[in-house]
Design a protein around this ligand. Sequence first.
Ligand SMILES: Cc1cc2nc3c(=O)[nH]c(=O)nc-3n(C[C@H](O)[C@H](O)[C@H](O)COP(=O)(O)O)c2cc1C
Length: 359
Amino acid sequence: MTHPLFQKFRLGQLELANRVAMAPLTRNRAAAGNRAASLTAEYYAQRASAGLIVAEGSQVSPMGQGYLATPGIHSPEQVAAWKVVTDSVHEAGGHIFLQLWHVGRVSHVSLLPGGAAPLAPSAVTANTKTYLGQGFEPVSAPRALEVSEIPGIIDDFRRGAANALAAGFDGVEIHAANGYLIDQFMKDGANMRTDSYGGSIDNRTRLLAEVAAAACAEIGRDRVGVRLSPAGPINGCADSAPQALFELAMDKLEAIGPVYVHMIEGITGQTRDTNPVVDFAALRKRYSGVYMANNCLDGAAAQAALDDGRADMVSFGRAFIANPDLVRRLRDGEPLNQLDRATLYGGGAQGYTDYPALP
Ligand SMILES: Cc1cc2nc3c(=O)[nH]c(=O)nc-3n(C[C@H](O)[C@H](O)[C@H](O)COP(=O)(O)O)c2cc1C
């Protein structure tokens, strides 16, 4: 019998073809004006047999951009370009959410309007690098957001959610992971604030809750997911006591009610081991919605996570870059194409739309 991983699954109002998601993957191939490129429609349509595609992180405002040639979701031209992508995925029978992104301090003055300093909870430079086209460069020193500016950030996400629906997406995923703005507010290694957005874990999870609530109010809880990465450091962002912090984050999300939480279990793309240890099963228990597990999984581990009740859905990142027909390969036990790391960021069709599907 076919494993439940490969059977239909209800996510809010959507009936997904299976429980396998394509994780959000930045590819730095956007066209002028940070519009999704025409090749992007083909790239995602090739991967439409995923139960759900979570399209790459897309900045909700010009100040939310942190890498060269990432797509946005704040201008009418960007919405129109994304509509071509969502139409092609829907024609191929798939479902697609858009990841809403504000990078916060993980940016560079050369990418930001008027050469502005990146925005952050506190004026602490991240120990990380960004992609500027000719390779990776250290990020710029940020400035701390005034408390009066925070409603504007929440509104950027709210408008991003509305724009995503206008562009034909089935929903949005709020990027609250990987050391970007919302994660920077949560983790005590990046947030030194002394106002109502810093200090206690209640204060540090305030922005997450406000953004999630605003997106849910705008487009409906059934259309909103949230991505978290409790472990660290990632992009130079870590917390000294992540278990209590993320238990509270899950409690708040339980009350707000987004349809799924997409959990990066471990250090993104590196390891499932964490220090300090994060008890993901305990986090999951606090939230009754769909729990999507990610990070360094293979087909056997994904099936085991479902069998053991540790997850409702599973996502794959790198394997989906190299295997447009990943679901079929996992289901039939077929070998996987190898990932070409040299073509991950920037460029054209090579390493993007030319990975072969099985005949
Ligand atoms: C090229 C590349 C780009 C990525 N871009 C994003 C992104 O835009 N948003 C995000 O939340 N995670 C991003 N990630 C992390 C992946 O979504 C995923 O969490 C990670 O690859 C671990 O999953 P895997 O072991 O199945 O690859 C990216 C990873 C890679 C390799």
